[in-house]
Design a protein. Sequence first.
Length: 129
Amino acid sequence: MTAKALLTECVFGLILLGLAGGVASAQEHPGAEPYNQVCGFCHGPEGRGDAAPPLVPLAYGVDYILAIVREGYGEMPPISTRELSDEQVRRVVEYLEMLTRTAAAARPYGAPSPASSSARAPRRMFSNP
């Protein structure tokens, strides 16, 4: 085996180990459980989007997200404090921020982020009613 092939295998192995560690730590994050219970049904696994727009990469701050969660917007209904406390919303935002950092770290060097890809049409987080 050449030195270049050995180096390639080592780098690939380290990337896989890093990704596996990121997945394990993502599910252990205190925001993962409330996200999965309340948000995940519409916004998909790990914020990738499904019936509702993706939340990763996260482009909004906690105050804006909290306002959207409480008041609703477009097709998203308001979520009461009985379903999700303000503290849980903050943890969900931290979880989404962590997923955003993990996704950015996993991209190959020089690859555009999904949010900045010119092949993808611009998309609003929520549509107006």
